[in-house]
Design a protein around this ligand. Sequence first.
Ligand SMILES: C[S@@+](CC[C@H](N)C(=O)[O-])C[C@H]1O[C@@H](n2cnc3c(N)ncnc32)[C@H](O)[C@@H]1O
Length: 420
Amino acid sequence: MPRLPTSLLRKARAIDPLLPRLLGVCRELRAAQNELRWLREYADKIARGRSGKAHRTLLRGMVENRASGKPLQYIVGTEYFGDLEIKCRPGVLIPRQETAASVTHLTHLLRSAQGLPDELRVLDLCTGTGCIPLLFKHEFSDAPHPVRLRLLGIDLSQEALDLAKQNLERLQEPDVDDESSVINFLQADVLKESWDEQTVERPCIQAALNFSRQPQFWDVLISNPPYISPSGYWTTTTRSVRGFEPKLALVPPASEGATDTDQGDTFYPRLLTIASECEAKIILLEVADMKQALRVANLARRLNTCTGIEIWRDQPDQKSGTEHQDGFPVIGTGNARSVLCWRGPGAAWLGKEDELNVMGAATDMPLSLQPQFTYPFVESSEDSRSSYLEDRTMHNHRPRGAYKLFEAGRQLVSQDSKKK
Ligand SMILES: C[S@@+](CC[C@H](N)C(=O)[O-])C[C@H]1O[C@@H](n2cnc3c(N)ncnc32)[C@H](O)[C@@H]1O
């Protein structure tokens, strides 16, 4: 990192003796001034009623902490995520603006959708501070038609879940909150595939849903999972991220024989499988960059369970020219940030019924052959423990007619397109 010119340090000191300490981490005078202002405001707030000396000591301590690379959000204890001020604490990843932009864009598409179910169910895997379900709910609070939401955030980290619950409590909006929406947070290991692999501290999703009497079927699945490869951890993250943010939230675990890239992509096959099992009609997965976006989009295409896939950039709401990569539409401006997949009624909810599907054929499959996603026969029952096996058995054996029709329809469409 290049050293700072003495003239800049002198200029900073002339403005405020504390500024040069912040210049090291902020690198620019304006950024350092902003941070000093925020730290001072925070010190004012917590030192209220204490002596001037106590206030100065407190502020100097905060500036030193920040100068050591500690993220500002961990010092002042919050970060904005969309319009929400989310509580942050070391041990839990700080929410990022790009994640908020994708979630906000998705909610804006859905808020005005026709034909949403009476209760829209949203599953957020790897929830961290709980910022995604909280923002989703907030964005729906003034939707044109009232929609009942059921939101569930899942994370492996107990520290994250404790913070998510505090955020939920803190952000309850008494005049908006009524019985019509519910948010819960649960502990589970997204990577555990079955009942046999799980441990008490790391239940698999199915078991966690069952034990807590949550539904097995969800409409929207969102996830910002750990997605940085071991080499990317050293080359793409800042010293401050590596020094202070939890590695569990950033780098997926190593597994035997996996390459560096495979390790970075660890969560996506599992997330797409869960999406299929819980019959999600819309799936939004955050990624690191265009290369990873294309790997995830191609994986979703190969799995053949979605009718549409597109890639969103950091600002998906901003208009850009028509762009395609590997045949996938790319939406918005900035870096590639997420992959959106849909199927069944998800297409109509997103206003995408008329678009080409991922098979490259128009989605004018006869209605009778389109997937009819309905809610399950089995929800959580009185005794969720004993219902687990029963539920699973029924899940495996229940008529998968919708999927069969869906597959039949696909084959027809592809035969048709071959004939042409
Ligand atoms: C990139 S962070 C995302 C946090 C939050 N959704 C956000 O956007 O700010 C990933 C989260 O995944 C959690 N996590 C890591 N491994 C997990 C696993 N195997 N199962 C469930 N959650 C996991 C971490 O604890 C962390 O909170």
